[in-house]
Design a binder for this molecule. Structure first.
Ligand code: BES
Ligand code: MN
Ligand code: ZN
Length: 501
């Protein structure tokens, strides 16, 4: 879909539909909605009086204008209660409107930004939310369908009456387009079936992003991974015929610099559980176990486009976790790149193994500040459901910056505690540690096992097992991969670039 900016009067727009909005409880609309109401001879206020239009958040009412004004349809978008309105509401409204317009076959539409007038948002932020919601909400994964749905909303024109606001609206829309495209790219990678999205293919996807963003990329193959001594990553990979890859992307925006951020993403392209095989229902959606890796790759593309003054290195350990005849066994001991040994208590706790070596690798590059994203534990889904991701870390300053980035992005997050007292749960008889800490506090012990490899660096871990996938349409997230936490990671890079190292 194309998004364009235009100045003028929305009631005169040349489009299949024009979109105005209404807060809940407003009976006499003003602004663009009021002007449209007048042009329709009071048609909108009549529907309000009648009770059909209530202005509830996400309510979409399509009015056919039957020649009274140039556009064939007026859409009234409900914004909900004015006191509760925020950028997330604006994204959801935009998604709901665009999806409805597409479903009724409208190809081009003109809209005002939601929330900029009495909603109190700055035009720039309002336009960003509008673009994000529209593009994320219209996302479909249909590449394996032999016939497509046919209907497509092709053009969204943002119409602003006040020409002096147009540059801010343009800038906001540009940022929104950039973020939403990155989210949709992540979704494409995650929704891809595991027989197509192998570690090799994930590395190719990263290569495409790197080339189009002018970034450096290095894909380490199995011999190179062996050379580095990444026994934990190799242990997971040895049960599969698909060769593992260590994907390393570098964006340079600093001046060779003190400001550096490492982004790590779990890249398990399929998690069968290994010899500790998952149940059928537990395995069904495990093509999504590379969501963290996909989010990091997609975020790098957006970071390169935005060009903040910071160096960002992405590290994605990519492999399948399969129960082949060479598979690692419970009780095996592996040696990580740092020399620290891990007893394999459960082959299904593979994410922390591959991330342990990725974190060692980041440290070997001298990176002092690292954020990882991983579909790490089922326990986080028990704790937080699909509503929020879990945040863990060893540096409250960095945690706060990640939480603020998530909040601004609309990716919801919740911090968990970490405590040395949990260490006893993953003590091993034979190795330095083991890879599970039992049922109690499963997300915390999983996080802490990764954190064992931080080696003095500031480190934050995002457990996205709950939020990476939506089980049904939810606002701007269609069923399937959500693209979380792409926007958080991009925001973080931008925020860190603007603060002292
Ligand atoms: N990839 C899974 C976690 C997961 C669960 C992701 C549900 C998405 C949805 C992870 O590798 C895993 O299997 N974790 C185990 C750890 C346990 C064996 C300590 C789990 O959570 O059961
Ligand atoms: Mn697993
Ligand atoms: Zn996994």
């Amino acid at each position: 879909m194309n998004i364009e900016i235009e100045t003028g009067n929305i009631t005169e727009a040349d489009a299949g539909a024009v979109v105005v909005n209404l807060f809940e409880g407003v009976t006499a609309p003003g602004g663009a909605t009021g002007a449209t109401d007048s042009a329709l001879g009071g048609g909108i206020s009549a529907l309000i009086a009648d009770g059909e239009i209530r202005g509830k958040l996400g309510e979409v009412t399509v009015i056919h204008t039957l020649g009274r004004i140039k556009p064939a349809r007026v859409v009234v978008a409900g914004l909900g209660k004015q006191a509760e309105f925020d950028p997330e509401s604006a994204r959801r409204v935009s998604a709901a409107v665009c999806r409805r317009l597409r479903s009724i076959g409208v190809k081009d539409t003109a809209t005002i930004v939601h929330g900029a007038g009495i909603g109190g948002m700055e035009p720039r932020g309002a336009a960003q939310a509008l673009a994000e919601g529209a593009l994320m909400g219209l996302y479909r994964f249909d590449k394996y369908k032999s016939s497509d749905e046919g209907r497509e909303l092709e053009t969204l024109r943002i119409v602003e009456f006040d020409a002096s606001k147009a540059p801010a609206i343009q800038a906001g829309a540009d940022t929104g387009i950039c973020l939403a495209n990155a989210v949709n790219l992540c979704r494409d990678m995650v929704n891809e079936p595991a027989n197509h999205m192998t570690p090799t293919r994930l590395a190719e996807a990263a290569l495409e992003v790197a080339l189009s963003g002018g970034m450096e990329i290095e894909v380490l193959d199995k011999p190179a991974i062996e050379e580095l001594g990444m026994g934990a990553l190799l242990g997971v990979a040895q049960g599969s015929d698909e060769p593992p890859k260590l994907i390393v992307m570098r964006y340079r925006g600093g001046s060779g610099s003190a400001k550096e951020l490492g982004l790590l993403g779990k890249g398990i392209t399929f998690d069968s559980g290994g010899l500790d095989l998952k149940t059928a229902s537990g395995m069904r959606l495990m093509k999504t176990d590379m969501s963290g890796g996909a989010a990091v790759i997609a975020a790098m593309g957006a970071i390169a486009a935005i060009n903040p003054r910071i160096d960002v290195t992405a590290i994605i350990p990519a492999t399948e976790n399969m129960p082949g005849s060479k598979a690692q066994r419970p009780g095996d001991v592996v040696t990580t790149m740092s020399g620290k040994t891990i007893e394999i208590d459960n082959t299904d706790a593979e994410g922390r193994l591959v991330l342990a070596d990725a974190l060692c690798y980041a440290r070997s590059l001298g990176i002092e500040r690292v954020v990882d994203a991983a579909t790490l534990t089922g326990a986080i889904v028990t704790s937080l459901g699909k509503r929020r991701m879990g945040v863990f870390g060893n540096d409250q300053g960095l945690i706060d910056q990640v939480m603020a980035s998530a909040e601004d992005a609309g990716d919801r997050a919740w911090q968990f505690p970490m405590d040395d007292a949990y260490k006893r749960q993953y003590k091993s008889e034979v190795a330095d540690i083991k890879n599970t800490g039992g049922r109690d506090a499963g997300s915390i012990t999983g996080a802490q096992i990764i954190g064992e490899f931080a080696d003095g660096a500031s480190w934050v871990h995002l457990d996205i097992a709950g939020v990476a996938r939506a089980e049904s349409l939810d606002g701007y997230n269609p069923k399937g991969a959500t693209g979380a936490p792409v926007r958080t990671l991009v925001n973080l890079a931008v925020m860190l670039a603007g603060t002292p190292a």
